[in-house]
Design a protein around this ligand. Sequence first.
Ligand code: PGA
Length: 248
Amino acid sequence: MRRSLVVGNWKMNGTLASAEALAKGIMAGLGSDHADIAVCSPYVHIPALSQLLKNSKLALGAQNVADKSSGAFTGEVSAAMLNEFGCKYAIVGHSERRTYYGDTNESVAARFCQAQAQNIIPILCVGETLDQREKDETFAVIDEQMDAVVAAAGIAAFNTAVIAYEPVWAIGTGKTATDEQAQEVHKYIRGYIAAKDRSVAEKIRILYGGSAKPENAKGLFAMPDIDGGLIGGASLDADSFLKIYHSI
Ligand code: PGA
């Protein structure tokens, strides 16, 4: 039985004060320990949040991680630096990184490996654009995104990783994939892994992301291959995020 996971992706939002208030609001409403929960904050808020979240069930994550371990890479933050502040997770390959900052399948695979080398669980984002979906290329795109990471890290690496299926056309658009559309791709991803290693496929948590909110979370989470969510906009409000968490 896979333990569900809900992750907030705060993106480039908030101030230190608002981030701390949001984290406190979430911690106050966690209640029963029925699933894992984490927030991925902007880098600069990580040191303060790591203090605040100490001994809490709310785990901390980063929104990205460098594809190299150290050196002359201006503006980058290494996995070792994140580890020092207690980051449990790091998102890699978010579509906004791929679209606006040139992250490639290969650099995403390198980030995935860097995170794991520092015992940080990578949350690997995969997903197709609307154009790719309309051309029936969804599964081919997922294959390419997965192939690059499997080639770099090996299939066993997915024992300590999380995958987030995020259809690009659903991110921040208010257009959520239907329960069936999401399940179809989640099942495909699990099948992709099962073809290489059945036990890894049974274990891996595959989250849905893309305009998930309190109103649609329950239906999505009821699908057999959806193990939780990666939540953007709705994670910036403690009540909405908690409602999503409690709908698992
Ligand atoms: P959204 O973002 O929930 O605002 O669509 C999800 C994500 O980008 O991780």
